[in-house]
Design a protein around this ligand. Structure first.
Ligand SMILES: Cc1ncc(COP(=O)(O)O)c(C=O)c1O
Length: 243
């Protein structure tokens, strides 16, 4: 941020996971431009869609225009604000407007965000406590500065040396015990498309690759109970015993 303000560089934050996250006491997205995702697995959802927040008026006006055919006004403006029905295309745009139904869902979800995060935090802290008994499973650490985590995901690293089992096998074995896990996310540069089109290869980003090979997201959603977290951790213990 400091470098950006000195050099007058615009920063666009990928805040897809970060609704409710605070960094050094401030909400992310309070400054500059941030984009949030309201995809169904995120902390709040509108079914699909998201939100752009920015302190750049020109950028926001442009986004508003482009999301609805590049028209100077949208259907809501024309109906409610009694504007001329002859809306005009100011530039070629898209049909990216959020539906009213999605927006209604989003508004009802937004008022619950703090309760959702509180519940996620309690469950995440319970995971952290119970996982201290399993040295093969390493949760992520808090950074050395003040944060409020939104706990969209609970990611752990599977110590493949200690388990003698690959992360993928670990996930399959948990699935056999009816515990679904996720993989967020494989290193981008190792996807076939980027390897083929940009000559990316294994070895270019060793730390990213190390994590990419070991990460696994454990189940975490506000309707889970502490017993559910216990069930997941017990299933992990059983899987590792078998391994
Ligand atoms: C880090 C990150 N950025 C961007 C996106 C894209 O969000 P959307 O699916 O709402 O376009 C996602 C979706 O999961 C994400 O995890």
């Amino acid at each position: 941020m400091e470098i950006a303000s000195k050099k007058n560089i615009a920063i666009v934050e990928d805040s897809a996971h970060a609704l409710g996250t605070q960094y050094k006491g401030k909400h992310v997205g309070q400054r500059g431009t941030s984009i949030y995702s309201f995809h169904p697995i995120k902390n709040i959802t509108t079914g699909e869609g998201g939100m752009i927040c920015s302190d750049d008026r020109t950028l926001l006006d442009c986004a508003r225009r482009l999301r609805f055919h590049g028209l100077g006004v949208n259907a809501f403006d024309r109906k409610i604000q009694g504007r001329d029905p002859n809306a005009e295309v100011l530039e070629p745009g898209y049909k990216y407007n959020l539906t009213d139904i999605s927006a209604a869902l989003g508004i009802s979800q937004l008022v619950r965000i703090n309760a959702f995060i509180l519940k996620r935090t309690e469950l995440a802290m319970l995971y952290r406590k119970l996982l201290t008994e399993i040295p093969e499973i390493n949760p992520l650490h808090d950074p050395p500065y003040s944060i409020k985590h939104a706990w969209h995901l609970f990611i752990v690293r599977v110590d493949t040396d200690k388990t003698g089992m690959s992360r993928d096998d670990f996930m399959i074995r948990l699935k056999e015990k009816n515990i679904g896990t996720g993989l967020h996310f494989r290193a981008v540069h190792l996807h076939k498309y980027y390897m083929n089109s940009m000559e990316m290869r294994r070895g270019m980003l060793p730390d990213t690759e190390w994590n990419s090979d070991r990460i696994c997201s454990l189940p975490l959603f506000p309707d889970m109970t502490p017993d559910d977290v216990n069930d997941v951790v017990n299933a992990i213990k059983e899987v590792l015993k078998k391994g």
